[in-house]
Design a protein around this ligand. Structure first.
Ligand SMILES: [Zn+2]
Length: 392
């Protein structure tokens, strides 16, 4: 591919790319309410010259370019988290302000920037007339933030996209992420015995019992074992609740929610065992849907190498290759389905889910360029990849 021509076309597309992103930010799209933004996304894909564009049964928008043998899926999610307290936003979260080369607003980086750049990566491939031995699917998926990963599962199970490789266009500060920790949510409930608060000795205070368990969990966090390459898992109590009709009574129930981040060696069974040991014979432990697996792609995997080489060819520097403490649709694509996956995208992790969410336009242009080059790079390595034992 002609790198200089790609760079020129990408820079020429700057205004359209920014306008498209701003249009999407102006359309609120909480998980399960992506319909309107999906229409806008579909329109942009159709305008960009994709060979096929369709809206699937769950509301994902999918575009296809080419019919080559190597099937690559770019996935970016259209849903966003809620804005929280409107008063803590300095800028209107849905105004999509654009100032000093930065676009602001809910979803500006997580993950509408990814949606915009993945589509523009495809558009650049079309405009450049690249004819590699690849089929590129660009999917703008639903329900990533609701922690279900329903959108991505639908793409693979119902739409039967069956990709050899997946790239998740999520904000990574233009670093290559080749794996991340897993996640499981747990609810623990303890019972006590109700009594009038004037005679507390007649009851058993469930909050006091839970307080002791919470302390044990805090200590467990320090003791969790470390395994390479993801290191030490973590455990955090993230919510506590107690349902009481009266403030003048000793409570007979208390529940906590626990967020457990795992490395690749920590199974769901292990997580359950650890917590049960702390609880002893008391209480109830519920695993919340669902278990997101930890995963890791080897540093030398052809997908990682193709992405690194694309980056180096375009920008002349070595990209950082990292492991993440966060979770993504990679828990499904790589963790469950074992499809080699990387994450690479515009925007910085520190802005995601915040009231100052933003993305640099420079990031957008660079990501779109890389997305345009990568399929050609991967298909160029066709033989190497298909003889690799990692894939087979
Ligand atoms: Zn995201």
């Amino acid at each position: 591919m002609e790198i200089e021509r790609l760079k020129k076309l990408a820079n020429d597309a700057r205004k359209d790319l920014v306008n498209f992103l701003r249009d999407m930010v102006r359309i609120p799209s909480l998980s399960g309410q992506e319909g309107k933004v999906a229409q806008r996304v579909k329109e942009e894909m159709e305008k960009s010259g994709f060979d096929e564009v369709f809206l699937d049964g769950i509301g994902n928008v999918v575009g296809r370019i080419g019919t080559g043998r190597i099937r690559i899926l770019y996935d970016a999610h259209m849903d966003t988290v809620d804005i929280g307290d409107r008063k803590s936003w300095r800028r209107d979260p849905f105004a999509a302000d654009y100032k000093g080369g930065i676009v602001y607003g809910r979803g500006a980086c997580d993950d509408k920037a990814g949606v915009a750049c993945a589509i523009y990566g495809g558009k650049l491939i079309v405009d450049l007339g690249v004819k590699g031995d690849f089929t590129l699917y660009v999917a703008a998926s639903v329900e990533e933030e609701s922690a279900g990963g329903k959108g991505i599962a639908y793409l693979l199970e119902k739409d039967r996209l069956n990709p050899h490789f997946v790239l998740l266009a999520e904000p990574t500060s233009l670093n290559i992420v080749r794996g991340h920790k897993g996640r499981v949510g747990v609810k623990v409930s303890l019972k006590g015995k109700s009594a009038h608060a004037g005679t507390p000795w007649k009851g058993i205070n469930a909050i006091y019992k839970m307080a002791r368990l919470v302390e044990k969990i805090e200590r467990l966090n320090k003791k969790l074992p470390s395994f390479p390459p993801l290191g030490k898992g973590t455990i955090s109590v993230t919510k506590i609740e107690c349902e009481r009709a009266s403030l003048n009574a000793v409570p007979d129930n208390c529940a906590i929610y626990v967020d457990r981040r795992t490395n690749t060696r920590e199974t769901l069974e292990r997580v359950k065992r650890e917590l049960s040991a702390l609880m002893g014979s008391e209480g109830k432990l519920e695993i919340l849907p669902k278990f997101f697996r930890a995963w890791e792609l080897p540093r030398k995997h052809p997908l990682v190498i193709s992405c690194r080489e694309s980056f180096m060819n375009l920008f002349g520097t070595n990209p950082k290759v990292l492991l993440w403490p966060f979770c993504s649709n990679g828990s499904y694509t790589m963790g469950e389905r074992m499809i080699p996956t990387i994450i690479f995208g515009p925007g910085e992790e520190r802005f995601t889910h915040t009231t100052f969410e933003q993305v640099k336009v420079e990031h957008l242009i660079k990501a779109a360029m890389l997305y345009a080059l990568l399929p050609d790079m991967i298909s160029g390595k066709y033989k190497e990849i298909f003889s690799s034992r990692i894939i087979l």
